[in-house]
Unconditional design. Structure first.
Lengths: 86, 193
């Protein structure tokens, strides 16, 4: 329980709705543009969540992975930088 | 069991557990039927092709996206399924917010979150952790042909989920117009006093 609470606090941040976008819409737009240009459609993989055997262990590992809650925002920034460099 | 609106996993760090969503409310408007005026019989909707000037079956209908005037790209459900983001099957928690941090203006629809298994330990752990810390979860899920941001909060022994609008869906123009009208009226009141 303490671990779960710690994980919540590590991902706590004020609500920033502008950070989020509809990825499904983005994917459908890409599908349409790929079909228009006669290209092959890039499929999106679905995750296959396995049975959780040890909740404590999984929580512990989650905490180690989640240093920053702004995962999405930082990923976007990294992509932007790459584009500029190219 | 009530009708399931969405079924999949809720992923909390590396922990994920199966859940189902049930609608929390439904609009209750009075319902009328369409009748033929002359004999009061029920009328039927039919699909009609203007080009061939004839009735067609539903199975003859495909989805087309108009990318330029009168030009369409045909898209089928299989293709749409292939590009569904991972959140179609796994609801991913993005962050946690203090309870009441999200302005209710964002709330769209409400659903009950039920654990898939009769005794769901991770579900109860998650619920209790939220309740004890005073936080709500913000997650992403794909349903009804679009991706939604959702706020998950505790209620009694369970969890309730609200779909919320994206920031760009709020009508900023109307907000500004309404607030401007309000301040104009206030000025007028002060002057008349």
């Amino acid at each position: 329980m303490a671990l779960a609470k710690q994980l919540i606090k590590s991902l706590a941040a004020p609500f920033q709705p502008k950070r989020y976008i509809d990825e499904y819409r983005k994917n459908v737009e890409r599908l349409i543009s790929q079909k228009r240009r006669g290209r092959e459609v890039t499929p999106v993989d679905q995750p296959k969540p396995g049975k959780v055997v040890d909740i404590m262990d999984a929580l512990k590992r989650s905490l180690e992975n989640s240093a920053k809650p702004a995962k999405e925002a930082s990923a976007k920034r990294a992509r932007g930088r790459k584009r500029k460099a190219a | 069991m009530p009708a399931t609106v969405w079924k999949g996993y809720l992923s909390f760090g590396l922990v994920s557990f199966p859940i189902r969503l049930f609608a929390a409310a439904r609009p209750d408007a009075i319902h009328f039927h369409m009748l033929h005026k002359k004999d009061e019989s029920r009328v039927k909707e039919v699909w009609f092709c203007a080009e061939e000037n004839k009735r067609i079956e539903k199975s003859d209908i495909v989805k087309g996206y108009e990318y330029a005037k009168g030009k369409y790209i045909i898209v089928d459900d299989e293709e749409l399924k292939k590009v569904a983001p991972p959140t179609a099957t796994t609801m991913e928690i993005l962050q946690f917010v203090k309870t009441d941090d999200v302005d209710p203006i964002y709330f769209e629809k409400s659903y009950y979150v039920a654990p898939e298994e009769a005794t769901s330990k991770p579900y109860q752990l998650f619920r209790k952790a939220l309740a004890d810390t005073g936080y709500d979860a913000v997650a992403k899920v794909t349903m009804h042909g679009r991706e939604h941001i959702v706020v998950i909060r505790t209620v009694d022994d369970g969890l309730v989920l609200h779909t919320v609008y994206f920031a760009n869906e709020l009508n900023e123009g109307n907000r500004r117009a309404a607030l401007a009208a309000n301040s104009a009226q206030r000025k007028w009141h002060w002057r008349s006093n």
